[in-house]
Design a protein around this ligand. Structure first.
Ligand SMILES: Cc1ncnc2c1ncn2[C@@H]1O[C@H](/C=C/CNC(=O)c2cc(-c3ccc(F)cc3)cc(O)c2O)[C@@H](O)[C@H]1O
Ligand SMILES: [Mg+2]
Length: 214
């Protein structure tokens, strides 16, 4: 019945997680993807680093680039105080549909707006159409060749302010070399690298935190 891996992940969550309990949703996605089918969720090792960066930023307006199944949306939103706004962008309708159901099951759908479309089209709409002033936190985890252009687009659209945190997954594998070179050398960011491991594997990976200097 479940034709796609993403539908099988959703099915496993619906069957095994506890409705309204974000941690059980995260734990069950990690369990399925480590025991049955690998999947490109940020995972628990890098997820703990993500948790810590989110907690220290205490953000009110958050943007995620690349929702996929909603694992990091649930991971981030479970830490947020009431009333904050979390936007996540996904251009694959099948993935967006799975993500919405997983976010809803976790009980977090009121905090989350899944914006269906390409980041290149949606980022320029955030101020006028979605009433965003500036972004406190951006989690970047979509196609790796889009990291740099979309970071530059965020700058161009004046969505970053002094202290805005841009946190990028996979800067070792699959890697985002042009993004790393840009944020580390353009002079507009203070960068920190967080070595970790690729989700569900023993391979090395890392997150890069780039704080906009304003
Ligand atoms: C411009 C635009 N607009 C909107 N949505 C967009 C968009 N570009 C992509 N998306 C969306 O975001 C997700 C894409 C995620 C891409 N992530 C990875 O490729 C990835 C790969 C690995 C990996 C590591 C080792 C391997 F051997 C193989 C794969 C690990 C990871 O953690 C990854 O994130 C996916 O849901 C896609 O539809
Ligand atoms: Mg990733």
């Amino acid at each position: 019945l479940c034709q796609t891996k993403e539908q099988r992940i959703l099915d496993f969550v619906l069957k095994n997680a506890v409705r309204g309990d974000p941690q059980s949703v995260i734990d069950n996605i990690d369990k399925y993807c480590s025991q049955r089918e690998w999947s490109m969720n940020v995972g628990n090792e890098k997820g703990i680093i993500l948790d810590n960066v989110v907690k220290e930023s205490n953000p009110s307006t958050i943007l995620e680039l690349g929702t996929y199944c909603g694992y990091s949306a649930v991971r981030i939103c479970r830490l947020l105080k009431p009333g904050v706004r979390f936007f996540t962008v996904e251009f694959n309708p099948a993935y967006a549909a799975v993500a919405k159901q997983i976010i809803e099951f976790a009980g977090l759908i009121d905090k989350v707006q899944v914006l269906e479309g390409s980041t290149g089209d949606i980022i320029p709409q955030l101020k006028k159409k979605y009433e965003v002033d500036t972004l406190d936190f951006v989690f970047v985890d979509h196609w790796k060749d889009k990291y740099k252009p979309d970071t530059q687009l965020l700058e161009k659209c004046n969505l970053l302010r002094k202290g805005s945190v841009v946190l990028a997954d996979n800067v070792i594998v699959p890697g985002a070399p042009d993004f790393l070179e840009y944020v580390r050398n353009c002079g507009k960011y203070d960068c920190t690298n967080f070595p970790s491991f690729l989700e569900y594997m023993d391979e090395k990976d890392a997150l890069e935190k780039a704080v906009f200097r304003g």
